[in-house]
Design a binder for this molecule. Sequence first.
Ligand code: PEP
Ligand code: MG
Length: 587
Amino acid sequence: MKILKGIPVSPGIVIGRVHVLDDARGRRIPLRRIIEDQADPEVDRFEAARGASIGDLGKVHAVAVDEMGEETARIFLFHIGALSDPALIEPIRTMIREEHVGAEYAVAEVFRRWTQRFAAHDDAAFRTKVNDLQDLADRLLVHLQGGGRTSLAHLSEPSIVAARDLTPSQTAGFDREKILAFATDLGGPTSHTAIVARALNLPAVVGCHTITALAEDGGTIIVDGDRGRVILDPDEETIEEYRVLITRSESHILSLREIADLPAVTTDGVTIELVGNIEFPEEAQAVLELGGVGVGLYRTEFLYLTGLTEPSEEDHLRVYKKCIEMLKGRPLTIRTVDLGADKYTQARAEIPERNPFLGLRSIRYCLQHMTMFKTQLRAILRASAHGPIKIMFPLITTLHEFRQARHLLHDAMEDLEELGIEHDSKVPVGMMVEVPSAAVMADAFAREADFFSIGTNDLVQYTLAVDRTNERVASLYQPTHPAVIKLIRDVVRAGKRRGIPVSCCGESAGEPIYAPLLLGLGLRTLSLTASGIPALKQLIRGLSIPQCEAIAKKAISLDSEIEVAAYLRDKVRKIVPEAFEGWADER
Ligand code: PEP
Ligand code: MG
């Protein structure tokens, strides 16, 4: 039995069989012998993978030309050329036919020989192509193995995935019938992979460092997403202990469900608006069922991450209308696409940026890809004719950006007006405050924005200079840092002064221990993942605003994030002990 400690990012406990996802580079290709009759179908498989790879590369090349210019994008033309070069391709076909081996083995073997030849070449130009050849081999192998590393269609029983890392789009593509939970070597507490895990109710532990090295395919595994523990080959006693924990946590969740229909009101009668964060339209239903009163953040970029092609205006409109229908008159806050950083479409993932969280991300990307942006804006406006919608721009850093985005929205409105297409011309237009520059300048922004939503996930990352996806610095990622608290306080104050609503939609809004602090700082609207709403409601119903204000006052006077965290934990434990019942001891 091996116990690994990681970062708990999505609650719940699952016991099951582990399926280890190989990293493309670390893939071992076993020698598979075929009989003579299988040679033609095997060559056909290879040809299909080759065709699919050339198709991918064509798309990647088009994106690269757009983003990096013709010259830099030429590398992808080299890749396409190599996949059509008989010197590379013929030996693979011959090997399958004459040596009677599977296509994967032939690809791996022929590319291995070419890579060795290039690596030993006198001419440096050849040596620099070694990585390109490896990429090409990986690409073919990915297609030969079913169209993607996360293709898990072959799994015969529901399994728990162990992987080095998972992207948000890989996670969003998991078949919930087949995947019960996951654990990864890498990953941080508020990465979008973690956020998707919560959205899908998939227990998850990230940052385990050695899970892929230690786990053996098919072995028994326990993923404890409450405590951040992963246990490989557990003994009978441990399995029994965990069965008891599973039963206990299930009954706790059921008891919380009873709270869902009660109002989120403090002991002194102040109503707190609890709304949901969603990534997929279906979640809007879960938000209401679990006691939310609307959607405070719809992360619409998932439309781009789950589909194979860029969504059309009609695709956008269809999902927005679906959400509106489910919400039955309650507000839907649509955040415009926040692509980039850790959320890439397949084609963009192949052209990595050096520093993606500081790169062409979010509103910056939209303002450089106006056609795509306007498609979404038109769809949101059209949807606004069907129900109450608010529009929110992410990662606003300068006033100029907010003005540009708003200007494009007005353009889209004018287009619709000319065409006589219905929309709400008074749709509220707000912004996320998730970059320190926006928080510091909140007064100026509050003159122009209709509302603020504080995104603590990025605000913490950028204020403390800690990558939210990096397990190596996860212990430095502290929402209780006094600098973060002061920024939140100032944003709330600016909103009050200018009379615009301010909410919080980062993961901190859903963490019960932060609730008294956030309410004490003046927030009255919290937006969080649906499954967290009942527990937060239970806590809020045990707090009063004067208590929260005293807690915030004290917290803000402390110097260190550790002191603040300990103080908040202690206070919540004393004031609302029942809110602690379902918490794992190690949280
Ligand atoms: C945030 O940054 O807090 C936020 C809500 O946006 P996201 O997590 O999607 O970056
Ligand atoms: Mg953000």
